[in-house]
Design a protein around this ligand. Structure first.
Ligand code: URA
Length: 272
């Protein structure tokens, strides 16, 4: 018979084994064999809350009825006489389904209310959703640097085609863009810029209703026209700063677009 191992050595070795396995606290002095006692009940998974909070009838355009949401957005946007009121109207608007898909808040615009240039991006990301301002993440910082380099600091108003963060940064749908459009158009009307810079394919396609890729659209002048046809402005698509962060070699293309745009913005007659 082998000599008995002292109890303290057994206890020590057992404790070391449990510690290694990640057990670092005891809840009771005496052990409870829950399996033996038949008392083990697996914990219930947390109840899944529906993502869409209010009932559909409370949100005119969140469902298939995009047309009535657009009409409501148009009515609210027309009532706003300045950007602050417009911002409040957007925040109170329930017609865009993105509002109910996890966005923390509405993200409207930042910059000068009388800017000669409006910069329009796709939609808020996580940083913008958290801060409530557009283009404040890494892409926004690069955009700011480029605008500053082109002498455009303080001369821009920056906004997006949609005002709530699409979940997981997915692309905003055509319907989501359509219900936000009246607010965006009213912002353009109130700011009355001389021209638009459309950053990234989704913004360029939504604003210009064109289907070419951004590499073909960028650096060219287009005429943007509002839905009602009462507003018209020269608009230039360019590469999105998030793309430039991934493809730094493309920065020179975006830089050249920005210089072309600034040259026209600062030209006394602003002709084509
Ligand atoms: N990308 C966009 O298009 N807009 C933002 O506001 C931020 C990132």
């Amino acid at each position: 018979m082998s000599p008995a191992v002292p109890f303290d050595r057994v206890a020590e070795s057992l404790l070391a084994f449990w510690a290694e396995a990640g057990v670092d606290a005891m809840l009771h002095d005496t052990p409870i064999d829950r399996i033996e006692a038949g008392k083990f009940v697996p914990p219930k998974p947390p109840e899944k809350k529906p993502l869409v909070a209010p009932p559909p009838q409370a949100r005119p355009g969140a469902g298939p009825d995009v047309a009535s949401a657009v009409a409501e957005a148009r009515r609210l946007a027309a009532e706003a006489q300045d950007l602050e009121t417009l911002k409040a109207a957007i925040a109170a608007f329930d017609g865009c389904s993105l509002k109910f898909e996890g966005a923390k808040q509405a993200v409207f615009a930042r910059g000068a209310a009388d800017a000669p240039l409006m910069v329009i991006g796709e939609g808020p990301g996580a940083d913008e959703d958290a801060r409530g301002e557009p283009f404040v993440g890494r892409a926004g910082q690069l955009l700011d640097k480029m605008l500053a380099g082109a002498g455009l600091s303080g001369r821009v108003l920056i906004t997006n085609t949609v005002f709530w963060r699409p979940p997981g940064n997915r692309a905003a749908s055509a319907q989501e863009q359509a219900v936000c459009q009246p607010f965006l158009e009213r912002a353009i009307e109130l700011v009355s810029p001389k021209m638009l810079l459309l950053v990234g394919a989704p913004a360029a396609k939504a604003m210009l209703k064109r289907d070419e890729g951004i590499l073909s659209l960028r650096g060219r002048w287009f005429e943007w026209r509002s839905e009602a046809g009462n507003l018209e402005l020269p608009a230039m698509p360019t590469l999105h700063p998030a793309f430039l962060l991934r493809q730094p070699a493309a920065k020179k293309k975006a830089w050249s677009d920005l210089l072309t745009l600034t040259e026209r913005l600062d030209r006394p007659d602003r002709g084509a």
